[in-house]
Design a protein around this ligand. Sequence first.
Ligand code: DX5
Ligand code: ZN
Length: 224
Amino acid sequence: MPAASVRIAPSLLSADFGRLAEDLAMLEAGGADWLHVDVMDGVFVPNLTFGAKVIETCRKLTRLPLDVHLMVVEPEKYFDSFVKAGASTLTIHVEAAPHLHRQVMRIKELGAMAGATLNPSTSLETVREVAADLDLLLIMSVNPGFGGQRFIPRSVEKVAAARQLLAATGSRAVLEVDGGIARETIQACWKAGADTFVAGNAVFSAKDPAAEIAALRALCSERA
Ligand code: DX5
Ligand code: ZN
């Protein structure tokens, strides 16, 4: 039996924008827990995606919580408009957040869940002082910027260390992993302590995305 706390969060980046309404309805019916929304500014990462307008459109098309991942510099510029557009969670990169505590508090003040995320090369120590204030900690298991990249194996140890850090700081944050999550990689991350999994390519390239969501979830069972 999969654990009740497992969340599968398909990434909008891999959706077919010509059939967005159908894709979102299919994910919702297929048992997705959250919709992961990758916002890229072409500065923090070498790719451009979407902004408030698309978040607003998704908010109208689905009841799934919108898990917004901000791969942008000066993320605070977007907090108000993105929460207004319907973001449930705003996750910012510590590499782009010199005042992480202030930024986390501002997101919470606006009524959204506040997340922090780390590039693969960034130490977990950068979030220790704010861990207890976080609603979500996201471990990047690829270098952000593109879907469909290969999972970096060392990320499993980082997830385990993140789980320890959350326990040591008394944090109740969701522990999410993003990048290269598929049948081959999800179980190790689950066993290491992650509870929430972004999956773009794995879900959308599957013949039957709903069955893929179920298969990913089924791989997250007893940790022992
Ligand atoms: C990468 C994004 C990811 C990406 C995941 O920069 O943050 O959310 O969409 O896609 P897959 O699952 O294909 O690696
Ligand atoms: Zn992402």
